[in-house]
Design a protein around this ligand. Structure first.
Ligand SMILES: Nc1nc2c(c(=O)[nH]1)N[C@H]1C(S)=C(S)[C@@H](COP(=O)(O)OP(=O)(O)OC[C@H]3O[C@@H](n4cnc5c(N)ncnc54)[C@H](O)[C@@H]3O)O[C@H]1N2
Ligand code: MOO
Length: 423
């Protein structure tokens, strides 16, 4: 365990800098007892605190969690309006035409359009297709019912939307805590609001490592195609983050330190890195975090794939989630640590575990808990093929990730499982 890592038995949420003399002993302990998959998941949730609420303009509010009840600024609608194009009328036909918008008395009508302000004195609206302009004996224009009008049309109040029909002034429109959908935002606009109070949403910076990683085309032997940049931003967004930047770091300490440095123009709450979580001569993530004075909340996890996945915190409060370079391992690490961390920071519910019934006998094996992509077949979780940590075929076909302990599993046995955010 490097200086600053938090020992497994540290109280939840407490980040402790390790005294130099205790480093060796704690390193041995940490290696012997890495957090289990469940503990690591819980820890990623409990070390974080919800980000502060703030207001956003309506146009940026969809998908955000409402931080306070929203009440209407005025009655909705705030004036009596017409539901049809036609004439506002009072009394019985024929109607003498009055000027648009002026007060009318029984026997008068004034042209009106849908949404138009009902003039004082009007009792109903006659639809344009139900009325005809005719003339009286003095050749003055009058409005009469047309051939297509229903008998007695319009009835008192017909086609008038009364003020306050949808809500009174200061009536509750949207309760705090809901995730705002487009209809909520539209409702807030109709209620007279320009901005809404929302819970904080974590800003995430992605740092990709690996000098051998290429971002397009068919790579030569010794090089690999980047499995993350085309999709990681979308997954982080599904997990409740907003990606504010993506940077590539070369496999050296200076480049890693540069990539992890705080970006004042685009500050991040969380940095998600890929690769360089190991201890080889090309892996500089742990060294960079230590050099920056960071602490390791989760230095590694007793799970496969994804055991080198880490969660650290820098002195400026930013979290670092270090995902392994192997693509499946990275996604398992992201579901295990990234999902609960982002949910907590964003005031969302902790991602729930589900239970699945194992669709095949799984032999015992040496090693920690395995997170296995599964497909649901006739309601049973059948392990996918192609699930080595560098592969993605298995996950691409999967419905979720189930956790299998070293003693294996019997056919039909109940197993805990994680959702995939895109399912
Ligand atoms: N001596 C040991 N070696 C390794 C161990 C170990 O315990 N002892 N663990 C293995 C496991 S498990 C994993 S997972 C990896 C973790 O490696 P790193 O996080 O340091 O990642 P890299 O070494 O940079 O890369 C690993 C692998 O992933 C490929 N990679 C990297 N980035 C990408 C990308 N953007 N798209 C696709 N593939 C990527 C990279 O080329 C490597 O093949 O360590 C094992 N070794
Ligand atoms: O645990 Mo590694 O993360 O198997 O590929």
């Amino acid at each position: 365990m490097a200086a600053g890592e938090v020992a497994r038995d540290a109280p939840e949420g407490v980040a402790q800098a390790t005294a130099a003399e205790g480093v060796a002993a704690q390193a041995a302990k940490s290696r012997a007892l890495p957090l289990t998959w469940i503990e690591a998941r819980d820890h990623a949730w409990s070390v974080a605190r919800p980000l502060a609420a703030h207001t956003v303009p309506l146009a940026l509010a969809v998908g955000r969690i409402l931080a306070a009840d929203v009440v209407s600024c005025h009655a909705m609608p705030h004036y009596a309006s017409s539901a049809m194009d036609g004439w506002a009328v009072a009394g019985s036909p024929p109607w003498i035409l009055a000027e648009k918008g002026s007060r009318i008395t029984p026997g008068q009508a004034a042209p009106i359009v849908t949404g138009g302000l009902i003039p004082p004195g009007a009792k109903a609206v006659l639809r344009s297709e139900s009325g005809e302009i005719s003339t009286d004996e003095d050749s003055l224009p009058i409005l009469v019912r047309g051939a297509g009008a229903r008998p007695g049309e319009p009835k008192n109040g017909q086609h008038i939307r009364p003020a306050g029909q949808e809500a009174a002034e200061a009536e509750l429109l949207i309760k705090a805590g809901v995730m705002l959908n487009p209809a909520h935002v539209s409702l807030a606009a109709l209620g007279g609001l320009d901005e809404l109070p929302v819970m904080g949403r974590p800003a995430v910076k992605i740092v990709l490592t690996g000098d051998e990683v290429v971002s397009a085309g068919v790579p030569e032997p010794g090089f690999v195609r980047d499995a993350f940049s085309p999709q990681l931003g979308a997954v982080l967004s599904l997990l409740g983050g907003t990606v504010v930047g993506l940077q590539r770091a070369a496999d050296n300490l200076v480049s890693m330190l540069d990539a992890l440095a705080d970006d004042e123009e685009d500050p991040a709450d969380v940095v998600i890195t890929t690769g360089a979580t190991g201890h080889s001569s090309a892996d500089f993530l742990r060294a960079a975090i230590t050099a920056m004075g960071g602490i390791f909340h989760v230095p590694q996890i007793a799970m496969r794939p994804g055991h080198p996945t880490l969660l650290a915190e820098l002195p400026d409060g930013r979290f670092i989630v270090g995902l392994p370079g192997n693509p499946l391992a990275a996604m398992v690490g992201l579901m295990t640590l990234g999902a609960p961390l982002l949910a907590r920071l964003g005031s969302m519910a902790k991602p729930a575990l589900t239970e699945v019934r194992c669709g095949a006998p799984i032999k015992e094996f040496h090693g920690p808990t395995r997170l296995m992509p599964y497909r649901l077949v006739y309601g049973l979780a059948s392990p996918c093929a192609h699930t080595d940590s560098a592969m993605m075929r298995g996950l691409a076909a999967a419905d979720g990730l189930m956790a299998v302990l070293p003693h294996g599993a019997k056919m039909g046995e109940s197993l805990p499982a994680m959702h995939l955010p895109w399912k």
